[in-house]
Design a binder for this molecule. Structure first.
Ligand code: HSE
Length: 304
């Protein structure tokens, strides 16, 4: 049996406009690295460079690994886990989701589990620990790569599109938004007209991604279920949007529960990134920009 696994799991943009809790895309970067080594126990977990919980039942990566091992009937295994965070926590770039996928996939590699359904389910349990809700729209794209729409975890039903040339600028302002809190401010019910608009826009998102007509995303990424309630948490959101579109972005939206914002671009990524960062700077807010693209899913980098 192998005793060491090293996994790369990418950041993601959940919701991807109108697909609240359903749509997500993987980014080429940033990403987390999770290393897991079987030991005689007790199990331990450490995260760098951000201080995250060191209890294996409170850290999302080890929690997802425990969920996977429990489901596989290997709850007897003990491990030492190290999570190297490339994705800043509370970013809106699927930071917890990347760690959850890293933990679940590392555990699966060591336990000989290859079922997508089991790995995504286990990763979603970690997401549930982090946010109070095991939504799959970060963990599924981090695991599979590309664009993913998830209908249900059990039974696992997900569709996958890989628009290889989709270029994305993601800008993370120096603001913290807790997903748990950003979920708590959402209404329990929404107006029928808003639900209808989101179904229409979601249909156009799928069409744009399947045909490469990315210009359609300009209107299709419009969301009426979560962003209108959440954008107040991201100071400068409207200015960042206007700046991105002025600089030639094809589309603009909020990443997951924020504060990351993202734009779909052609070959003008750096100009759009500068425009968005400039808009946040106008509010006295620093930011980190990633000129990236839709990316591949999680990978086992080493298994020994
Ligand atoms: N769908 C989730 C939300 C994603 O919007 O709350 C969180 O990153």
């Amino acid at each position: 049996m192998n005793t060491y696994a090293k996994v790369r799991a990418p950041a993601t943009i959940a919701n991807f406009g109108p697909g609240f809790d359903v749509f997500g895309i993987a980014l080429e970067e940033p990403y987390d690295i999770v290393e897991m080594e079987l030991t005689d126990g007790p199990s331990t977990v450490d995260s760098v460079p951000y201080p995250l919980p060191t209890s294996v039942t409170k850290n999302v990566a080890s929690y997802a690994a425990l969920a996977l091992l429990g489901r596989a009937g290997r709850g007897d295994l003990s491990f030492k886990m190290t999570v190297t965070k490339g994705v800043r926590p509370a970013s809106g770039m699927g930071s917890s989701g990347a760690s959850c996928v890293g933990g679940a996939l590392a555990a699966a590699a060591l336990a000989g589990i290859t079922s997508d359904a089991d790995i995504v389910w286990a990763a979603a349990q970690g997401e549930g620990l982090a946010t109070g809700n095991p939504h799959p729209d970060n963990v599924a794209p981090s695991y599979h790569g590309g664009f993913v729409a998830v209908r249900s975890l059990e039974p696992y039903a997900a569709l996958h599109i890989m628009p290889e040339d989709l270029r994305v600028v993601a800008v993370l302002p120096d603001i913290r938004v807790s997903t748990k809190e950003a979920r708590a401010i959402l209404p329990a019910t929404v107006p029928m007209a808003d639900a209808v608009a989101n179904v229409a826009n979601a249909s156009f998102v799928i069409h744009a991604l399947m045909t490469g007509a990315y210009r359609e995303l300009g209107t299709a990424l419009e969301d009426r279920l979560s962003i209108p309630y959440r954008k107040a948490l991201v100071t400068g959101y409207d200015d960042a949007r206007a700046a991105a579109l002025d600089a030639g972005a094809l589309a603009f939206s909020l990443g997951g529960s924020g504060p990351t914002v993202f734009a779909i671009v052609e070959d003008n990524g750096p100009a759009v990134a500068d425009a968005i960062s400039g808009a946040f700077a106008g509010h006295g807010i620093g930011s980190t920009a990633y000129c990236t693209k839709i990316g591949r899913g999680a990978e086992v980098l080493a298994l020994e």
